[in-house]
Ligand binder design. Structure first.
Ligand code: F3S
Length: 292
């Protein structure tokens, strides 16, 4: 049996996926911001961009005095938190010039920055396997402005055409799949004499997907908690639906309807990577009250 049994009144049991909700990097960033807000004594604390793609969390932080800065200069004279995605060194420099900076960059994203810098210093063509325009990728690209950003082998062939590059260094955006990384590496072998790879993929996403898929196969109803705009939550719901057609994606416990659970003996719960543990606990409590 997978999943942690949480509650079981009558014949109904609620199981939460073994791994669910916010990843360690985002949890750490949240803790750092909450601590800064508590210590600020009413003074403003800013995050450079929304800390997390979760409207409820952003609202809660707003109530605690945390504001969202579009540019480092918005936080002039105040505390500014760099979120888990990290930023380019030029942005960090600007931030340190005007504000008191708390760096909440995930340590695994730092590994991407270090590898990009190392490959650039070695004179290699830096290749980042990731989505152009994504803030994590843009931050990493700041360490090697000439880096090639691609997600597919076709993009590699298109960008390098008939060129043969002496040496390349490859890193991946932390949320990429190993399949995408190695497909790009294989394509690079057609255009370079030497390819070095730093596998910087973080397994937080795949662990959540595997745990959700396992649990969905054993339950009668599956509830997936997370923002509707969150791509990873939608993907979780899709994966769960494949083995448990009775899967519901909700943003908050208010959306739960007792009638939908009728006849269910086991209900599974999972949550997207932008859903903090406190919200999962709240959902389980609501389910227990509703179905108990
Ligand atoms: Fe999260 Fe850090 Fe991985 S922010 S998804 S633990 S790279």
């Amino acid at each position: 049996m997978h999943g942690r049994p949480r509650e079981g009144r009558g014949t109904m049991e609620i199981r939460v996926a073994d791994v669910a909700g916010t990843c360690p990097g985002v949890e750490r960033a949240l803790r750092l911001v909450q601590k800064a807000a508590a210590e600020a004594d009413g003074a403003p604390v800013w995050t450079l961009g929304p800390l997390i793609h979760n409207t409820r969390v952003v609202e809660e932080l707003d109530a605690a005095g945390v504001r969202v800065a579009a540019e480092p200069e918005d936080a002039t004279g105040a505390t500014l938190v760099i979120r888990s995605h990290g930023v380019a060194p030029s942005v960090e420099e600007r931030a340190r010039e005007v504000a008191d900076v708390i760096d909440a960059t995930c340590p695994l994203v730092k590994r991407v920055h270090e590898a990009v810098r190392m490959f650039a210093d070695q004179g290699r063509l830096v290749v980042i396997v990731g989505e152009k325009g994504h803030s994590e990728v843009e931050g990493a690209r700041g360490y090697a402005p000439d880096a090639l950003v691609v997600t597919t082998p076709e993009e590699v062939h298109e960008a390098l055409a008939d060129t043969i590059v002496e040496s390349a260094g490859v890193v991946a955006q932390t949320t990429q799949t190993p399949k995408a990384l190695w497909a790009v590496v294989a394509a690079l072998h057609d255009h370079t004499r030497s390819v070095q790879v730093k596998n910087t993929i973080c397994d937080a996403t795949s662990k959540r997907q595997e745990a959700a898929t396992r649990l969905a196969a054993e339950v009668d109803r599956m509830v997936v908690l997370g923002g509707r705009g969150s791509a990873n939550t939608r993907r979780l719901a899709e994966l769960c639906r494949a083995s448990c057609p009775q899967t519901m994606h909700v943003e908050s416990p208010d959306e739960l309807d007792a009638a939908w659970f009728e006849g269910a003996e086991v209900v599974g719960v999972t949550a997207g990577a932008s859903t903090p543990t406190a919200q999962i606990d709240e959902l389980v409590a609501s389910l227990t009250a509703l179905l108990g």
